[in-house]
Design a protein around this ligand. Sequence first.
Ligand code: TRP
Length: 334
Amino acid sequence: MEKPIILTGDRPTGPLHLGHYAGSLLNRIEFQDSHCQYILVADMQALTDNSANPNKVTENVLEVVKDYLAVGIDPKKTKIVLQSQVPDIALLSMIFSNLVSVARVERNPTVKQEVRQKGFNHEVPMGFFSYPVSQAADIAAFRATVVPVGEDQKPMVELTNEIVHRFNTTYGSDVFCKADAIIPKYGRLPGVDGKAKMSKSLGNGIQLNASADEISKAVKKMYTDPNHLKVEDPGTVEGNVVFSYLSAFDPNQSEVEQLKEHYRRGGLSDSKIKKRLNEVLQELLEPIRERRCQLDQDISYVRQVIQEGTEEGLDAVSRTMKDVRSAIGINYWM
Ligand code: TRP
């Protein structure tokens, strides 16, 4: 029995944070044994809205790989692939763009929202507008059947399935099969300020390579329950970031449940729960930070990991493309 193929990816535009850890990295660590897993460092996709700032992308490629390795992604099990070095993905993306209408791509809610957030107005780069099509090519090129992504990326997987279905029916082939989006069970972690999403641009995250001091500071200013003014007051746990993080990371969940009860009842101070969270996060992040430091001393190893992963990615994708070319008939002298 062959293992099901997973493709996931990140845009390398900055170091990864705790939100990535809870939302995707933990899942990836879990899937390494049961699946054939590829992680795509999507530098080409990152360039779609950073074309004038290529350094922001290129300088973060190895940083992201270091984060993967530091949290326990094992390059013997998971293949880390650098997108720009697999040009066949771009070719497939071009083929796919003939199989979908502009109107269909325009309906993508995630892209609509991003266009607004980034303030492109009427100057949306073509590549950015159509990145869902190239993401479909990412997924299909690896023949992934499982795509673990955040909620906001679900429309990309839906589009992928529409495009590959269109490919199969148009070219009378069965080159591609359906992919399922799976939403990580740990869910999305709020920012330290209580905003729905931890993000580097909002400055409300805790990076995986944060120093002990940075962690303490972030915990100190963490959003709790604004109406919990006196220790004796009953407090609210829902939307209280300290409890969200304790639920995500505290190894002793039955104690977390007790703390929640106590907090709701009144008599448990914010400083006590913050103290506990600080301990939990220090313990979680210290070994990650240490491994990252070791990797900093051995950049040639990090480079080797992504080079070897990319070689394997090239192999897998070229197998797919052989079938794609013959399905369309552009395999002239092959
Ligand atoms: N769009 C994804 C993100 O911003 C990154 C990504 C690129 C991706 N290609 C992918 C995710 C393929 C899953 C599958 O996080």
